[in-house]
Ligand binder design. Structure first.
Ligand code: ADP
Ligand code: MG
Ligand code: MG
Length: 249
């Protein structure tokens, strides 16, 4: 069975249909990129995969390890091994990154992880990702730069060890430091048992992370799929031809 299988997925916000029959299969060990113009439904897809209650699934199915997740809460999905890095992480005053990560691990494991075990894991992941020890003692997102937010997010992904990670990148925000942080972490954390879905407007990130599969999302559907060359094609040509086809239809 594939790690993640999205079958003819339809989803709405209020009475506005955003995803209009989306199909996608991701196997363990694969990196897929979804690219698309602004408003095509990329973030909606990420939210629907994680079970954000603001969105209503009106058709199709999402199978994770062969099991439908549609009836599962976001917490249950996370416990099954789905991970979503958020587009706009919010500051959490008074909570240090260490404590935040410990709570996250406990929540995903469904039990209190012994502090010593947690600290060993955290420190080994910090070493792997070359994160400074002082960084973990800071308050979550309090005055974090773009690059530091990404470092925190990648550290979270590292300690949670998800089977399937979904990274939804902003359409603008990421500077080169942030891009490198994400790319280096992903390249270190990716493994044959894990799948990755990279959602991105720009091809830039794909200079640092090479996906095996690239999909173009237009108006809530996959309009074309290909290999890494499709990302280069989009970088050169933009989304105009896809939008023109849409206008004709
Ligand atoms: P993308 O991430 O590809 O830019 P989104 O998934 O954010 O696209 O948005 C898809 C469509 O849904 C857009 O037309 C957007 O205006 C609309 N949309 C997104 N979030 C909301 C919301 N909370 N309420 C109403 N419409 C929304
Ligand atoms: Mg957008
Ligand atoms: Mg978006």
């Amino acid at each position: 069975t594939p790690l993640l299988e999205i079958r003819n997925l339809r989803a709405s916000i209020g009475d506005k249909e955003i995803l209009k029959g989306l199909n996608l299969v991701i196997n363990a060990g694969e990196i897929h990129a979804i690219m698309g113009p602004n408003g095509s439904g990329k973030s909606t897809l990420a939210n629907v995969l994680m079970g954000n209650p603001a969105y209503t699934v009106t058709g199709g199915d999402i199978l994770f390890k062969g099991e439908s997740v549609l009836e599962m809460s976001p917490d249950e999905r996370a416990r099954k091994g789905l991970f979503l890095a958020f587009q706009y992480p919010v500051p959490i005053p008074g909570v240090t990154l260490v404590n935040f990560l410990r709570q996250a691990v406990n929540a995903v494991r469904g039990e209190e992880v012994p502090i010593r075990e947690f600290r060993e894991k955290l420190f080994s992941k910090m070493e792997l990702l070359k994160v400074d020890q002082d960084f973990a003692r800071r308050y979550v997102n309090d005055g974090f730069s773009g690059g530091e937010k990404k470092r925190a997010e990648m550290l979270q992904m590292a300690v949670l060890e998800p089977a399937m990670a979904i990274l939804d990148e902003t359409d603008s925000g990421l500077d080169i430091d942030a891009l490198r942080t994400v790319a280096e972490a992903v390249n270190k954390l990716m493994n044959p048992n894990m799948g990755l879905l990279l959602i991105t407007h720009y091809q830039r990130l794909l200079n640092y992370i090479r996906p095996q599969f690239v999909h173009v999302l237009v108006d809530g559907r996959i309009a074309r799929s290909g290999g890494p060359e499709l990302a280069e094609y989009l970088e050169a040509r933009g989304y105009d031809e896809f939008l023109a086809e849409l206008a004709k239809a």
